[in-house]
Ligand binder design. Structure first.
Ligand SMILES: *Cc1c(COP(=O)(O)O)cnc(C)c1O
Length: 456
């Protein structure tokens, strides 16, 4: 399979050319999904006993399939949490793939894992966690949250009193859906404090005080959010840390989206208290300009994670080679075989320097402030709440939910922009509103202006 022949060289050059082309386009097409049946009709059978040939398959990709994706890095893609991987990171993602590195064990992936760990040291330094804290790259925030929840639960259950108890977690309704989903996976119950605004230490205190004896016994962790996905709200981490400390429960901060903002001096104070967390989730593939997929979980005491997650690779002990012994990423999260997915981030950090990251995150925050001002000055729209981090929630005066849906569809089908509505809790009801989330530093004021104009 590895015989170098002309055809293979040509194919490689074609693929490289395509990749270079895609990386150098700062404004790719917005892209539009199509039904599976339509795609099938366009491309026909592609997986066949004899194969259809690389050139033909690649052409199908370019002509039809690539266009049915919605690139997350378009400067007018402000939906959900978009992304904007740096070119350096994307290039090194190619290198990561080409290098075939098994990233579970130091023995096989020392060079790659070393680089990952250098990048991780910077991320950990942003949190302010004490000496000894460390983390590992995961497939995303979901896997990071699961890894942290399982670590917390296993640590709690080391005490015989809790061995046969089903655990309980407290978080708020502003928490990301993955917290609820992963609680299910870990078979722990979850209690939601009913606020989409900032979860305060006081509200947490009251919730705990209202637990019955058995519930209190089962409570082993609190999950705070460091930048809610919907609105960029950062919980009262200091107040929550205080309560967790007093109650001796695990304090997890889910900063999958907001974590990048730890690098931004203008908002860093909002995260005060994060340095008291037992574990933290941060997604470099959200606001640290990494390609998918790259999440991270960080522990104050990594040895607890090792106890919970190590798959006992005792066969590793047979290696005499001194160099084979080092940090094994598999020990600290749920996955065994893994891509060294922090490697692209390392190359990008090494290329650009951390100041550039700081500036690029600040730009997202600035764009949210700029959008907020434009909305205030525009008679057709109004802010639902002050912009927070890089999220802006606003309403078009007089619009019903279906107007937002139609507006999103129109802008998207024209290939102009992707801006999606969301729901915001307004009293007891949920209101449909519009939402911007800025990540891409190449988004301009003009982009925002043009989008708002389509609401006139
Ligand atoms: C996006 C997000 C997640 C889930 O992360 P994935 O990388 O999509 O698995 C979890 N928590 C928060 C706060 C998020 O914004």
């Amino acid at each position: 399979m590895h015989k170098i022949d002309i055809e293979l060289v040509e194919m490689t050059l074609d693929v490289m050319k395509y990749a270079i082309d895609r990386i150098s386009h700062t404004k790719p097409k917005v892209g539009k999904p199509q039904k599976a049946e339509e795609l099938k009709a366009l491309v026909g059978e592609t997986v066949t006993p004899k194969g259809i040939g690389g050139e033909y398959a690649f052409n199908l990709w370019k002509q039809h399939l690539a266009k049915a994706n919605v690139p997350v890095d378009h400067p007018r893609n402000l939906a959900f949490v978009p992304a904007a991987p740096t070119r350096a990171a994307v290039m090194f993602d190619l290198v990561t793939s080409a290098s075939s590195i098994h990233g579970a064990y130091w023995m096989e992936g020392a060079g790659g894992i070393f680089c990952e760990n250098e990048a991780m040291k910077w991320i950990v330094s942003l949190t302010g966690l004490p000496e000894g804290a460390f983390g590992v790259f995961t497939s995303g925030g979901t896997a990071a949250n699961l890894s942290a929840i399982v670590t917390a639960r296993e640590h709690w259950r080391e005490d015989d009193t809790y061995k046969r108890e089903k655990g309980l977690i407290i978080t708020s309704i502003g928490a990301h859906s993955s917290i609820k989903a992963m609680a299910k996976v870990a078979d722990v119950d979850i209690m939601l404090v009913d606020t989409e605004e900032k979860l305060s230490g006081k509200a947490l205190r009251e919730t705990i005080d209202n637990l019955n004896f058995h519930q209190r016994k089962r409570l082993f962790a609190v999950v705070a959010t460091g930048g809610t996905t919907n609105a960029g709200i950062i919980d009262d981490l200091e107040g929550i840390a205080e309560v967790c400390d007093a109650e001796k429960i695990w304090f997890h901060v889910d900063a999958a989206y907001g974590g990048g903002a730890l690098a931004a001096d203008s908002v860093r104070h909002l995260f005060n208290g994060i340095e008291r967390a037992d574990s933290i989730t941060i997604d470099p593939h959200k606001w640290m300009f990494s390609p998918y997929d790259c999440g991270a979980v960080i522990y104050r005491r990594p040895e607890f994670a090792k106890k919970a997650h190590s798959q006992d690779g005792s066969y590793l002990d047979i290696f005499k080679d001194e160099g084979a012994h080092g940090f094994n990423p598999t020990d600290y999260q749920i996955q065994l075989t893994r891509r060294v997915r922090g490697l692209p981030l390392w190359f990008s950090l090494a290329t650009h320097g951390t100041d550039k990251y700081k500036e690029s995150v600040e730009r997202g925050i600035e764009l949210a402030q700029i959008a907020g001002k434009m909305i205030e000055e525009d008679p057709n729209v109004e802010l639902v709440r002050e912009p927070s981090l890089s999220c802006v929630l606003y309403r078009r005066i007089g619009w019903k939910p279906e107007d937002y849906t139609h507006w999103t569809y129109e802008n998207h089908s024209k290939g102009f922009a992707l801006v999606t509505p969301t729901k915001w809790k307004n009293g007891d009801a949920f209101e449909t509103v519009s939402r911007f989330c800025f990540i891409n530093p190449d988004t301009t004021e003009e982009d925002i202006r043009m989008i708002l104009d389509t609401m006139a």
